[in-house]
Design a protein around this ligand. Structure first.
Ligand code: NAD
Ligand code: ZN
Length: 362
């Protein structure tokens, strides 16, 4: 088992290993005092893991009940939060009780948001079950739901009391969901963790065999990297923006597709374009585009825009980048690469360069 301490206020630990769920009941009782457990999950994870975890908790003589909602991003709205809250109130959950989130990023974001506002806040523990949730959404304390006007528009910063990552649960995850998470793992490698990048390159031919040891290494390094960033910038004022590498173009591609392509694939292509831009602006001291494209291609991730199968106007895409949350006082700050494992914030890249980088990746 590997442990990452996230030094937010309050601090908490992420525990990573195979078959960790068995060990969870004993460990949580050492971390937090509580009465009952509301096990929040979605309908798909309920079938795959919900009953198993419920059984493990009950065997340890903990009182737990399942509260599930339909799987998918479509459930990430206020209505789901209100429904869950009402069911918990009717089942007499109070401030001494605990919410346990079992599922992907959708479950984590909803359950975390609910925990932060239920009776003005109750303790919350995460058991992320997608690779994306294990390496990204369960770390850092961002919670929230979507509005018809856009994604993640309502939310809070609320840290969990602990995170348990069981690498074995990934065995039932479809390959496209693994790819979705891998894009973020590659991102950590590119911006801050060269050993992680090199590890991925070395193991790329066998990644989809989902060997526990490989995933333990990748998840540990991803959590460590994100935790370091979050510790220095809990509320997203400065450094945390480094996590946007690949996301400036990536978000624009996602938006222009009407969210028909997955986040990870958009970010994969976004990283390739932003690596290309780093070279066009000559801020790199060694090649960054070639090694990144080699890795993306080895892992079966896209690195060219036309691999996404989208029809759009290039001007419209560049305009979208300026409408993003990341634009501050009309200035676009983009994360570029000096080397693999070393980033740079670049303010106001010239429009023609933004276009040239995009054109270079079709
Ligand atoms: N809070 C943050 O910092 C943060 C960061 C990144 C993303 N997010 C959010 O995360 C969400 C995406 O998360 P996601 O990609 O995990 O999506 P998700 O939660 O919808 O999970 C994807 C699918 O996998 C299924 N699933 C989950 N675990 C499984 C398992 N072990 N085996 C088989 N199937 C399983 C789910 O039921 C779902 O159908 C988005 O809403 C995004 O906004 C939040
Ligand atoms: Zn992302």
């Amino acid at each position: 088992m590997k442990v990452v301490t996230v030094r937010t206020k309050p601090a908490y630990q992420i525990k990573i290993g195979a078959n960790l769920l068995e060990f969870l009941p004993r460990d949580i009782t050492n971390i937090v005092e509580f009465g009952k457990i509301a096990l929040i999950t979605d309908t798909r994870v309920e079938k795959l893991l919900g009953e198993t975890l419920l059984e493990i908790l009950r065997k340890a003589r903990l009182y737990a009940e399942l509260f599930s909602f339909p799987e998918g991003e479509g459930s990430k709205n206020v209505q789901t939060v209100v429904d869950l809250a009402r069911r918990m109130i009717r089942a007499s959950y109070d401030r001494k009780d605990l919410i346990l989130a079992l599922g992907g990023g959708v479950v984590g974001d909803i359950a975390g948001f609910l925990a932060s506002i239920y009776l003005r806040g109750i303790p919350f523990i995460q058991v992320p079950t997608t690779l994306l949730a294990q390496v990204d959404s369960s770390i850092g304390g961002k919670t929230g739901v979507d509005l018809p006007e856009g994604k993640n528009l309502l939310g809070t910063f609320y840290q969990p009391r602990a995170v348990y990552i069981d690498t074995e649960v990934l065995k039932t995850l479809p390959q496209h969901e693994i790819k979705n998470g891998l894009a973020e793992v590659i991102k950590y490698g590119c911006i801050l963790n060269r050993p992680l990048f090199n590890f991925l390159l070395k193991r790329s031919s066998s990644i989809y065999q989902l060997r526990s040891q490989d995933f333990e290494y990748m998840i540990y390094h991803s959590c460590l990297t994100k935790a370091q960033v979050v510790k220095k910038d809990e509320k997203e004022a400065g450094l945390r923006r480094v996590l946007n590498f690949g996301h400036t173009y990536g978000h624009a591609l996602e938006t222009i597709s009407g969210y028909t392509i997955s986040h990870g694939l958009a970010v994969a292509v976004g990283m390739a374009i932003e690596a290309k831009l780093s070279e066009l602006l000559k801020i790199n001291s060694e090649p960054v585009y070639e090694p990144l494209v080699e890795l993306l291609s080895n892992l079966g991730l896209p690195y060219r825009v036309n691999q996404l199968g989208l029809q759009f106007s290039r001007e419209e895409l560049i305009n979208l980048m300026f409408k993003d949350k990341k634009v501050w006082k009309g200035k676009l700050t983009i994360v570029l690469l000096k080397k693999i494992g070393e980033y740079l914030f670049y303010e106001d890249p010239p429009q023609d360069m933004l276009m040239e980088a995009l054109d270079g990746c079709f």
